[in-house]
Design a binder for this molecule. Structure first.
Ligand SMILES: C[S@@+](CC[C@H](N)C(=O)[O-])C[C@H]1O[C@@H](n2cnc3c(N)ncnc32)[C@H](O)[C@@H]1O
Ligand code: SF4
Length: 417
């Protein structure tokens, strides 16, 4: 079982010569949307948010005290929840603590997830002053009927204003998150969303399938299941969104991202340098990701560690001067080649084992893929495996043949789309 002891050793060994990425998680929102599957809570009192912010700052102090050679930060990503809930003063305070330990490298990219309903003009200006270079907006769907059904009312004008304010502040790199499979969504509604969203010209659009897990997420129990699209309708919606966004000039990246032809994701994808991490597709090739905050995952040279997801427990651990890591995995050589194969399949839809996993024993995996070869979903020639056009929608299932924790099962088909 991996925990704080391993985490301490891994931090101590961190290579200070290479730039790292940092992820800061803020698990609070002003209200909880019915569809939300994120690790977040409603924050009624500002003291709760301040206490969490102090814990985040405490964790930065704790983690950095364990690193012998501090690297530079190349990428910083605020996620949530709604990190803007810290306010400009709160964000500034955390950045000051980070800046008192780390240097930011020359290519520094600073991204934040924003709820379009909370992007006032002064706030956008303040974010730019804090050095934010990229904003990711939760758009989901612009259709009013869908917005009512998911408990997230944000008229198109609200999204347009957020975009305008961010751009006037100088934050030019914008991502939109869209969802399909939401209650009340139809092919017509997603077609309209694609047209209206493309007209705002975000640089990147991520489009995920709505994950409905009412047994785990109490807020989702208020969604009328009768209004959810069927599995076939979900597949049709995902395909239509891809067709529409491509028709508006976006380039398809991997399974669920779209980018303008000039976006760095497109050149990364074309040159086989695309990566996929916990947040989706990225051109970030940093080997180390420090995840800070409740539920955050860190990727270190030796393996992964995840912090406690329960926010009060996370705060208590940090206030007691302890690392909040609660589980993880030390990666051996087998895990590493499997990870590389899965990443290439998810990013390139093909993999050359002689390059990515030389010498790997594929005697269990190749027979497992035989039915998919018969169904025309994958092609295997010499040392190469290529996912066909027909296989792309189920690439997760194909890739899971290389994952010792998740072998392919037909039951997983619905989750994969
Ligand atoms: C942290 S939120 C984005 C920032 C901000 N809180 C907001 O809602 O605009 C991150 C993204 O998670 C995705 N998400 C949330 N709940 C989801 C669910 N049940 N299934 C799939 N994606 C979901 C949405 O695309 C959402 O934009
Ligand atoms: S979708 Fe965003 S704003 Fe809504 S509850 Fe989830 S994290 Fe909060």
């Amino acid at each position: 079982m991996i925990g704080p002891m391993d985490h301490k050793g891994w931090l101590a060994d961190l290579n200070g010569q290479q730039g790292i990425s940092v992820y800061l998680h803020v698990p609070y929102c002003r209200e909880i949307c019915l569809y939300c599957g994120c690790n977040t809570k409603m924050a009624v009192r500002n003291e709760v948010i301040s206490r969490y912010r102090r814990a985040l700052e405490g964790e930065i102090g704790l983690v950095t005290s364990l690193i012998k050679q501090l690297p530079d930060i190349a990428r910083l990503h605020w996620g949530g929840g709604t990190p803007s809930i810290l306010g400009l003063d709160g964000l500034r305070s955390v950045l000051a603590v980070l800046g008192s330990h780390f240097r930011f490298d020359l290519t520094f990219e600073h991204a934040i997830e924003l709820d379009p309903r909370y992007v006032a003009a002064e706030f956008a200006d303040g974010l730019a002053e804090l050095g934010v270079t990229r904003a990711s907006l939760g758009v989901q769907d612009v259709n009013p009927l869908v917005q009512v059904a998911i408990g997230r009312i944000q008229p198109l004008s609200v999204i347009e204003s957020a975009v305008k304010r961010l751009r006037s502040a100088g934050i030019g790199n914008l991502n939109f998150d869209l969802l399909y499979g939401l209650p009340m969504q139809t092919l017509e509604s997603v077609r309209k969303t694609c047209a209206l969203v493309s007209a705002m010209e975000p640089d990147r659009i991520a489009c995920f399938g709505y994950a409905h897990l009412p047994s785990v997420k109490a807020n989702q129990r208020r969604i009328d299941e009768a209004s959810l699209p069927s599995l076939d309708q979900r597949i049709d919606q995902a395909e239509l969104i891809a067709e529409e966004l491509v028709s508006f000039g976006y380039v398809r990246i991997g399974i669920d991202h779209f980018a303008k032809p000039t976006d760095p994701l497109v050149s990364a994808a074309a040159s086989g340098k695309l990566h996929r991490n916990f947040q989706g597709y990225t051109d970030d090739d940093r080997q180390v990701l420090l995840g800070l905050g409740a539920s955050s995952i860190s990727t270190l040279a030796e393996g992964y560690v995840q912090n406690i997801a329960d926010v009060p427990k996370y705060i208590r651990a940090i206030e007691a001067g302890e690392l909040a890591s609660v589980r993880g995995r030390r990666l051996d050589a087998d895990d590493r080649w499997r990870g590389r194969v899965i990443e290439r399949l998810m990013c390139d839809f093909s993999v050359d084992f002689s390059i990515v996993a030389p010498g790997a024993d594929l005697s269990r995996e190749l027979p497992m893929l035989a039915p998919m070869v018969r169904d025309g979903l994958v092609e295997i020639t010499d040392s190469k495996l290529a996912v066909t056009e027909a296989g792309r929608p189920v690439v997760r299932i194909i890739a899971s043949a290389f994952d010792t924790c998740r072998r392919p099962e037909t039951a997983q088909f619905s989750k994969a789309v």
